[in-house]
Design a binder for this molecule. Structure first.
Ligand SMILES: N=C(N)NCCCC(=O)O
Ligand SMILES: [Zn+2]
Ligand SMILES: [Zn+2]
Length: 327
């Protein structure tokens, strides 16, 4: 099958859905070109099929493929922010990292190494799939590239600042505690958004606060609304290099059933997308979308949500790199 692509502004875009049905052919994210099909990519999408760090339902290793499959309907113009992200910047799918499913330490090292390699040419990295363990090596790479600690916006039902599980330090419930310990986060500007649900004890919150985290709970989003929250986050973070980590379980299980540790009372996909759009112009240096576990998904509900979150993140980064970067 000959690929017929949309080309705009000298950028190779998605396969043209008016000429080749969008359900045909092998899936890349948004039917964008593979990395080897472009000369240079400004933004690279990469999958991390890894879920050895999970504490409950497994399956996020299949998340990368599922997000790609659920992204076939994405169109090239994003009216919510008036941006054609694939025409402003060259965006390409870098495929999946090959990571060891039997050795977490080795996997973490490989992810860091791969992320550094993919960003060596100055490209921005957006990661799809995997469990939340992978945020640690991705943050290590991001802070190395930024030349120091980075700010963090962490969208999640969970704090993920717990200490250990079964004595294990590197799990999907612990990446941000490790990141604080390693000094790769700018603790003046780190915040969870969307947290809720039962904890092990009050100490979880005390520890989290001691590490420097601000918290915008799921209830805060409900009572305060998107605008007020966006303003607060922008104030707190300013122009610092900012990494955004989105655990899809930040969404209510009604909006994202396909995930490993679901919690009732979450935000809607509209709220999440609106908060992200409010971050326009901020100095985003990398992002991940994790914890998509397709075995528990129905009708691609979770996959579609994750693929649209990815699209809005790409829109922000593309705008930042080549657009007006305006709020
Ligand atoms: N979904 C993420 N990242 N973390 C959940 C950890 C839940 C727990 O077992 O306590
Ligand atoms: Zn979570
Ligand atoms: Zn998480």
């Amino acid at each position: 099958m000959e690929e017929i692509r949309i080309e705009e502004n000298g950028k190779l875009g998605p396969i043209n859905a008016a000429l080749i049905p969008r359900y045909a052919g092998a899936g890349t994210y948004a039917r964008l070109p593979r990395l080897d099909q472009v000369e240079k990519a400004d933004i690279k999408i990469v999958g991390v099929p890894f879920d050895t760090g999970v504490s409950y339902r497994p399956g996020a290793r299949f998340g990368s493929t599922h997000v790609r499959e659920s992204s076939r309907l994405i169109r090239p113009y994003n009216p919510a922010v008036d941006i054609s992200p694939f025409a402003l910047s060259q965006v390409a799918d870098a495929g999946d990292m090959a990571v060891n499913p039997f050795n977490i330490n080795e996997a973490i090292e490989a992810i860091e190494h791969n992320a550094l390699e993919l960003t060596e040419d100055g490209a921005s990295l957006v990661t799809i799939g995997g469990d939340h363990t992978i945020a640690l090596p991705l943050l290590r790479a991001a802070s190395q590239r930024a030349g120091g600690p980075v700010a963090l916006l962490h969208f999640d039902a969970h704090l993920d600042t717990w200490d250990t599980y079964f004595g294990a330090e590197y799990t999907h419930g612990t990446p941000f505690r490790r990141a604080v310990e390693e000094g790769i986060l700018d603790t003046e500007a780190i915040s969870h958004v969307g947290t809720r649900g039962p904890l092990y004890g009050k100490k979880d919150l005390e520890d989290d606060k001691r590490f420097g985290f601000g918290i915008v709970t799921s209830s805060d989003v409900y009572y305060q609304g998107v605008r007020e929250i966006v303003d607060k986050l922008r104030d707190r973070i300013g122009n610092r290099p900012l990494y955004i980590s989105v655990d899809i379980d930040v969404l209510d299980p009604a909006h994202a059933p396909g995930t490993g540790t679901p919690e009732a009372g979450g935000i809607t996909s509209r709220e999440l997308l609106e908060i992200l759009r409010g971050l326009r112009g901020m100095n985003i240096v990398g992002a991940d979308i994790v914890e998509v576990a397709p075995a528990y998904d129905h009708a691609e509900i979770t996959g579609v949500a994750a693929s649209h979150v990815t699209y809005d993140l790409i829109s922000l980064i593309s705008d930042l790199r080549h657009g007006k970067g305006m709020k």
